[in-house]
Design a protein around this ligand. Structure first.
Ligand code: NAD
Ligand code: IPM
Ligand code: MN
Length: 351
């Protein structure tokens, strides 16, 4: 028996609705493979912010530092400004734990209709830079409320930060389709993006077996809709990777199915696994959220912890249920979260 300690942060809205299903599948897959999980649940959320004035305690990062991994639902709720809630919890975890890779696989799955006429063969991974870039606290606002009011927001790109995530993307491509597309905007953004391109070219030279493409983010967005099957690994900055991952997930049917792994490849710190989607206040409380993104994220966690067979079992159960035509409302189905989860658990037990 191998045992792990997992920090669970359900968060807000449907985050708290999709995490228990993910946990149930994790336990079931673990049982079949001699892996056990002990969970510590943290109530860090907008609810906590409104009651106590902070998303997490002062020593919150220390409290989860020793866990083997973090599984998070989603954070953010009307009434708390998003930049306050996210910079009070999610983003500090990514940065403090040096989770500089945000890995977001996207596949068109059997039983999941794409909004595109033909989306067969879509199987790509967005590798998103996760700790620097456009997400920075450097900048400010001047002249609030005046005619001359202005806001300045700096983007920070470092040689080390860009090189390591691009290196990760190229190495990943070598285990997949040997093709990396870099998302850039060096025609319009004159300092950071030409630097990004130069660093990508340096890494590409070290991986002569990998085909390298460079696409401006606007054209890339269009190509992702017109010919998504042409992509293998897409590497992008923090903001570009964020946008592309929702776009690609929608191409594959719904952002409800998309998973994410926030990885510290050095393994000095725990990595964090969470669906790509947010707290979805528009559907929260109804029990209808699609739990697939959270379940797939749990499978990525199993994989990261060194249990690829258990991860594959978990995913086969989830994908099998979808292929059987059972799905939630975002995919046009009639199953609620609980019914989908029961079907996936049954299949995992029966497999
Ligand atoms: P969202 O992902 O919460 O929702 C976008 C749309 O997709 C909504 O119509 C929602 O109903 C639908 N949707 C999302 N996930 C779904 C699921 N699993 N099943 C069915 N439908 C689903 O994005 P948003 O509306 O931009 O953000 C809402 C809040 O969530 C904001 O506070 C935002 O900052 C936060 N957010 C948090 C995270 C995170 O914690 N990782 C990620 C994204 C957004
Ligand atoms: C995501 C989310 C977050 C991000 C927000 C909520 C800060 O959109 O995880 O994709 O932009 O990283
Ligand atoms: Mn996002």
């Amino acid at each position: 028996m191998t045992g792990y300690r997992i920090a669970l942060i359900p968060g807000d809205g449907i985050g708290a609705e999709v995490l228990p299903p993910a946990r149930a599948l994790l336990d079931a897959a673990g049982r079949r493979h001699g892996v056990t999980f002990a969970y510590d649940t943290f109530d860090w959320s907008c609810r906590r912010y409104l009651a106590e004035g902070a998303m997490m305690p002062d020593d919150g990062l220390r409290q989860i530092r020793g866990h083997d991994a973090v599984l998070l639902g989603a954070v953010g709720w009307p009434g708390v400004p998003d930049h306050v809630s996210l910079w009070g919890l999610l983003i500090p975890i990514r940065r403090a734990f040096r989770q500089y890779v945000n890995l977001r696989p996207i596949k068109v799955l059997d039983g999941v209709p794409s909004p595109l006429r033909d989306a067969t063969g879509v199987d790509l991974v967005v590798v998103r830079e996760n700790v620097e870039g456009e997400y920075s606290e450097i900048g400010g606002r001047l002249g609030r409320g005046t005619e001359d009011e202005l806001a300045v927001q700096e983007a920070v790109f470092t040689r080390r930060g860009v090189t390591r995530v691009v290196e990760y993307a190229y190495t990943l491509a070598e285990s997949r389709g040997n093709h990396v597309t870099s998302a850039t905007k060096s025609n319009g953004i004159v300092h950071t993006m030409p630097f990004w391109d130069e660093l990508v070219a340096e890494v590409a030279e070290r991986h002569p077996g990998v085909r390298s493409d460079k696409e401006h983010i606007d054209a890339l967005a269009a190509k992702l809709v017109l010919a998504p099957e042409r992509f293998d690994v897409i590497v992008g900055s923090n903001l570009f990777g964020d946008i592309l991952s929702d776009l690609a997930a929608a191409v594959a049917g719904s952002i409800g199915v998309a998973p994410a792994a926030n990885l510290d490849p050095s393994r000095e710190f725990p990595s964090m696994f969470e669906p790509v989607h947010g707290s979805a206040p528009d559907i929260a409380g109804r029990g209808t959220a699609n739990p697939v993104g959270a379940m797939w994220s749990a499978a990525m966690m199993l994989d990261h912890l060194g249990h690829p067979e258990a991860a594959a079992d978990l995913l086969a159960a989830v994908f099998g249920v979808l292929a059987d035509g059972v799905s939630t409302a975002d995919l046009g189905g009639t199953a609620d979260t609980a019914a989908f989860t029961r079907a996936a658990l049954d299949r995992l037990g029966a497999a």
